[in-house]
Write a protein that binds this ligand. Structure first.
Ligand SMILES: Cc1ncc(COP(=O)(O)O)c(C=O)c1O
Length: 490
């Protein structure tokens, strides 16, 4: 078949670029939503932290105007007595839902986490006013602790014995991946041409990252088995025992399947990194972990080997805020690998980071990531990756909400991918298969046939079935009904 020149011109595009091109060409809203589904957008907005954020903003404005320079030009908020003034603000506005939430968050932080009330309110007010450069530039001190509690609850199943992870605030999960890969390579932990294992299927844009020309990493697939509830079989995990495999990069719970790695596999990973593969790097994107009760990240199974990425985009309906974190355990293989580099490499890295750090030799790997971000941005000023300090206030309030919510639900019901949202569709493919195979006992190939698709089109293609997965499920049931009827009448 002869292909048009236009079609040929798209051959050079990456899947992500191609998707953008297709979106621009799509005629209808529905078509556009379908094409954008790989980067699913929740169709909800977490109201509590938003309300809290805006009321806190009003309080902060009042603080700035206590001692104004002149009308229209406020001053820097004063820390002394700020929590008393905040408590007054709360009692004067006690009927406002956003203030009720703020009060709960305040009590959680001061009573449960035992933080100093003036320091906490001062950090929040200064950040929301945004009148200072971010210090420290990796993450605000108290906000880091609040987010750590949240990560501990949601990613480590509340297990405090695993220890402390340093956190770095980034502009979402996707940017985090970029900093991670560039820092691993710059610090000679990974090298061009290294083999890295990708847990597949995986969030489509991620397939591109290792392939990027800059990194030239070689991929090895570690496949989830569609017929065993999208788990990794022992044989697949055993691929990681090969010392040629430098890193294992996965999304857990997976997108598009929505299934999380089972305990047995986590145990196998623990066994690997404590015996045969002490050097294995694990890179896990746990963006969807908050949707699974009792979720346990690979960061819990291999804390010293893992770089954890979490994003606030999904659970809080906050894709526009661009809020994510990278977590690395304070006792980790990355710092050790850097310390053990040959002298010449250490000298080179000393040179590289000496512009941003007084003691570059002892700079933690996670802080090197922050520096890489500075270099990317072409600035040595303290600049948070997540863009702005107000974003961090939002992150802190969201993390606090999730903690408070666990003990005393603020938002009734579990936040599930809502049917009809593109994210809902994608995340339900896993559940769809589990249900369809169990209820109808159809083979996967038969399901594809009923959808009018070839199996090799992949599971994502099922979303093109008119009316979505529920309609396809109904069609499967109907097929089984018809088959049973035919069997009884023949
Ligand atoms: C698995 C996964 N990771 C990361 C992202 C992007 O997250 P962020 O908005 O934080 O960049 C998505 C978005 O769909 C995703 O599905």
């Amino acid at each position: 078949m002869k292909r048009s020149l236009e079609e040929k011109s798209y051959e050079a595009l990456s899947p992500f670029e191609l998707k953008n091109k297709l979106i621009s060409m799509a005629q209808t809203h529905h078509e556009r939503m379908m094409l954008n589904a790989g980067r699913g957008n929740p169709n909800w907005v977490a109201i509590n932290p938003r309300q809290g954020f805006f009321y806190l903003g009003l309080f902060a404005l009042g603080e700035s105007q206590r001692k104004p320079h002149r009308p229209g030009l406020g001053g820097t908020a004063e820390q002394e007595g700020i929590s008393k003034r905040f408590e007054e603000f709360v009692s004067n506005n006690s009927k406002k839902p956003g203030v009720v939430f703020l009060d709960k968050a305040y009590k959680y932080v001061c009573d449960t986490l035992k933080m100093d009330s003036d320091e906490f309110i001062s950090e929040m007010v200064d950040a929301i006013l945004g009148d200072h450069y971010p210090t420290p530039d990796r993450m605000l001190t108290l906000t880091e602790q609040i987010v750590h509690k949240y990560i501990e609850q949601e990613m480590l199943a509340g297990d405090t014995s695993i220890g402390k992870f340093d956190l770095f605030a980034t502009e979402g999960g996707t940017a985090a991946m970029d900093y991670i890969f560039s820092s691993l390579l710059e610090n000679k932990i990974l090298h061009k041409g290294d083999k890295i294992a990708l847990g597949t299927p995986i969030f489509t844009p991620y397939i591109e990252i290792p392939r990027l020309n800059d990194y030239e990493l070689v991929e090895l697939e570690v496949k989830q088995d569609e017929n065993s509830d999208w788990q990794y079989s022992d044989e697949e995990i055993e691929k990681l025992a090969d010392p040629a495999v430098k890193a294992f990069f996965l999304v857990n719970p997976s997108n598009p399947t929505s299934v999380s790695v089972q305990q047995e596999t986590l145990d196998k990973i623990t066994e690997l990194v404590t015996t045969r593969r002490k050097d294995l790097i694990v890179l896990t994107d746990d963006v969807y972990g908050t949707f699974v009760n009792g979720f346990k990240s690979l960061a819990a199974a291999a804390p010293h080997n893992t770089i954890l990425v979490y994003s606030f985009s999904k659970y809080f309906g906050a894709t526009g805020w661009r809020l994510g974190v990278i977590g690395i355990h304070e006792d980790n293989i990355f710092d050790k690998r850097i310390a053990a580099l040959p002298e010449a490499d250490r000298k080179e890295l000393h040179q590289r980071y000496s512009t941003v750090e007084l003691d570059p030799d002892n700079m933690k790997f996670i802080d090197r990531m922050v520096a890489e971000h500075h270099f990317d941005e072409g600035t040595l000023f303290a600049v948070l990756s997540c863009g702005d300090l107000a974003g961090l206030v939002s992150m802190g309030l969201e993390a606090a909400e999730a903690k408070i919510d666990k003990e005393n639900p603020l938002t009734p019901g579990k936040r599930e991918a809502a049917p009809g949202s593109p994210m809902g569709d994608f995340e339900n493919i896993g559940a769809f298969f589990t249900r369809t195979f169990a209820d109808t006992q159809l083979m996967k190939s038969e399901v594809f046939k009923l959808a009018g698709l070839e199996e090799k089109a992949g599971t994502d293609a099922l979303l093109r079935y008119e009316g979505g997965l529920d309609a396809l499920y109904a069609r499967c049931l109907q097929e089984i009904g018809e088959r049973e009827e035919a069997a009884t009448t023949s």
